[in-house]
Design a protein around this ligand. Structure first.
Ligand SMILES: CC(C)(COP(=O)(O)OP(=O)(O)OC[C@H]1O[C@@H](n2cnc3c(N)ncnc32)[C@H](O)[C@@H]1OP(=O)(O)O)[C@@H](O)C(=O)NCCC(=O)NCCS
Length: 210
C-alpha cells in the first residue's frame, strides 16, 4: 500500500473517490457533505490531499480544508474503499494527513465533525478532544458544507450550536496542558450519539407530523 501526498497526476481518481464517499453514506444512512470531482481535483492539485493506492487501485483518501484565514484546518472526506477496511488503513491515512496539516499550517487548530466511532477513535488517539461547536471555526463557508447533509435542519434548528455530529479539536497550543489519555470511551460516545438521535430526530418527526 502506497500512501502519497496527491497531485494533478491523480485527477483520474476523483470520480472514484466521490462515488465511494456517496455510496458509503447511502449504506450508513447518515448525512454527508457532498463533494464533486472538480472539488476533489482542486485538493489534489494544491497538495492538500493524501491518497492510498494499492498498485494503481484507489484504496483510500482524505484532504485538508482551510478555514477562517488559516486559523483552522479540517481533515475531511476520509474514505477507505470497502475492499480495504478493517486493516488500519484509515488510521494510517489520518496520521499522514495530520502530519501534513501540522507541517503546512503549524499555527492552525485542526478540527473535524463526525458521527463515526472509527473517526472519533482515530482523532482521539491523535490528540483531538471533543468540543462544542462554539470552539470550532465560525467560517460560514465551512458550515455551508453541511447544507447537503440530510440532518441540516437540526443544525439550523439549534442555531448551529449542535447536531448529530460531534466536534473534535486538536489545539497544538493547549497540548502541554492536557493529560495523556489514550483510550476513547466507545460506550460513552455511542450513548451520546443515541441520546442526540432520540432528541433531535424525534423532534423532527413530531414537527413533520404537525
Ligand atoms: C470509517 C472508515 C474510514 C474506517 O476505515 P478503516 O480503514 O476500516 O479503519 P481502521 O481499520 O483504520 O480502524 C480504525 C479504528 O476504528 C475502528 N473502526 C473501524 N470501523 C469501525 C466501525 N464501522 N465502527 C466502529 N469502529 C470502527 C477500528 O476497530 C479501529 O479501532 P482500534 O484502533 O480500537 O482497533 C471506513 O469504514 C469508511 O470509509 N467508511 C465510510 C466513510 C466514513 O464513514 N467516513 C468517515 C466520515 S466522518
Amino acid at each position: 500500500m502506497n500512501l502519497i501526498v496527491a497531485n494533478e497526476s491523480h485527477f483520474k481518481y476523483a470520480q472514484d473517490i466521490c462515488d465511494t464517499i456517496a455510496e458509503s453514506a447511502k449504506v450508513r444512512g447518515t448525512g454527508i457533505a457532498k463533494r464533486t470531482p472538480e472539488y476533489i481535483q482542486r485538493k489534489l492539485s494544491n497538495g492538500n490531499a493524501v491518497l492510498a493506492l494499492d498498485g494503481d487501485k484507489f484504496a483510500g483518501f482524505c484532504y485538508i480544508e482551510v478555514w477562517g484565514h488559516e486559523k483552522f484546518v479540517a481533515n475531511s472526506g476520509l474514505i477507505v474503499h470497502p475492499d480495504y477496511r478493517g486493516q488500519g488503513l484509515a488510521k494510517s491515512i489520518k496520521a499522514k494527513i495530520f502530519e501534513l496539516s501540522r507541517k503546512k499550517f503549524p499555527d492552525a487548530k485542526i478540527f473535524g465533525i463526525t458521527t463515526g466511532l472509527a473517526v472519533m477513535k482515530i482523532n482521539y488517539e491523535l490528540g483531538y478532544k471533543p468540543v462544542t461547536f462554539s470552539e470550532l471555526t465560525d467560517d460560514p463557508e465551512f458550515w455551508k458544507g453541511c447544507q447537503t447533509c440530510k440532518n441540516f435542519d437540526i443544525l439550523t434548528r439549534t442555531e448551529q450550536k449542535m447536531c448529530l455530529c460531534t466536534g473534535m479539536l486538536y489545539d497544538a497550543n493547549n497540548k502541554k496542558k492536557t493529560v495523556e489519555v489514550k483510550e476513547v470511551n466507545s460506550k460513552a460516545f455511542t450513548r451520546l450519539k443515541s441520546i442526540k438521535e432520540n432528541l433531535f430526530l424525534r423532534k423532527k418527526e413530531e414537527k413533520s407530523k404537525s
